[in-house]
Write a protein that binds this ligand. Structure first.
Ligand SMILES: N[C@@H](CCC(=O)N[C@@H](CS)C(=O)NCC(=O)O)C(=O)O
Length: 275
């Protein structure tokens, strides 16, 4: 059995890590059975390439989404690109790189560079921390993690840009994706391919979290990208949505009714009628 080491599921997303959500979606499109494990700080430190997602299979760990997918292509004979021409494969690969190597950093800026959003997002980073750590240790870990991610963004180059310049470049990526998807059900036509898994994991992580940013506003206005996100959720994650709604209901019913009702219902939140 494949174990996928991933980040927590929130806001209706399979994972708050776009790359983890991409790989989980790919496994579902490919219909490969897997189980998930929440990565801890220690898992991350020992992960191949020091990042999530990674998988464990038959006692061996494998890292990097693209390499894992390639490995499954070779070992399991799964090729989601089967039937695409060489030119279409090249286009799909270029879009995947655009999403993972460029657009991704726009999402990093929203969570890690914006002070207000970070105040909330750090709670998710803290889920990596073992429960026996003290509060001071945990807070220090979250801050160090933040600085390491922001440093990666500076080294990549996009971290050196002003918010206005970053907006210009990142929204151009979103516009290009929207133009390319146009009115097709999936990026490469009638069937989902790896690019749909990549786009789904990343676009979802822009539009679902309750973080304010002009980039998020722009993404939410791209109706065909939002519709693609909904289509992928309904087709591949209908079970997770039901699961999350059920666990939110239990949490809300455990709260005093007034505060549960006062809470704003997010994209997967419960409306007052559902309560
Ligand atoms: N190219 C890698 C990128 C993975 C990646 O960037 N993972 C992030 C979470 S989305 C991570 O582990 N960041 C922690 C770190 O860089 O220390 C893949 O697609 O698997």
């Amino acid at each position: 059995m494949i174990t996928l080491y991933t980040a927590p599921s929130r806001w209706g997303l399979a994972s708050v890590s776009p790359a983890c959500m991409e790989l989980e979606t790919w496994l579902r499109i490919a219909e490969l059975p897997y189980q998930t494990a929440l990565a801890t700080a220690q898992d991350l430190a020992q992960a191949p390439y020091g990042k999530i997602p990674f998988i464990e299979e038959a006692g061996q760990k494998w890292g990097d989404t693209a390499l894992i997918i390639e490995r499954f292509r070779q070992t399991q004979g799964v090729d989601l690109e089967a039937g695409l021409s060489q030119a279409d494969r090249a286009i799909a690969l270029a879009f995947r790189r655009l999403i993972k190597e460029h657009l991704y950093w726009g999402g990093i800026a929203i969570r890690y560079r914006d002070e207000e959003n970070w105040q909330d997002y750090q709670n998710l980073v803290l889920t990596l921390v073992p429960s026996h750590w003290s509060k001071a240790q945990s807070v220090a870990f979250a801050e160090k993690f933040r600085q390491s991610i922001l440093q990666q963004m500076t080294q990549q180059g996009l971290g050196r840009l002003s918010d206005a310049d970053l907006y210009q470049l990142i929204t151009a990526d979103l516009q290009a994706l929207s133009n390319f998807l146009a009115d097709k059900p999936f990026f490469m036509g009638d069937r989902p391919t790896t690019l749909d898994a990549t786009a789904y994991g990343h676009i979802g992580n822009f539009i679902e979290p309750p973080y304010s940013s002009p980039i998020v506003d722009f993404a939410r206005q791209k109706t065909n990208l939002c519709d693609h996100y909904q289509r992928m959720s309904a087709r591949f994650f209908a079970d997770k949505e039901t699961e999350q709604k059920a666990s939110m209901l239990v949490t809300k019913l455990a709260q005093p009714l007034d505060s549960a009702l006062a809470e704003e219902a997010g994209p997967i939140g419960l409306s007052m009628n559902e309560l």
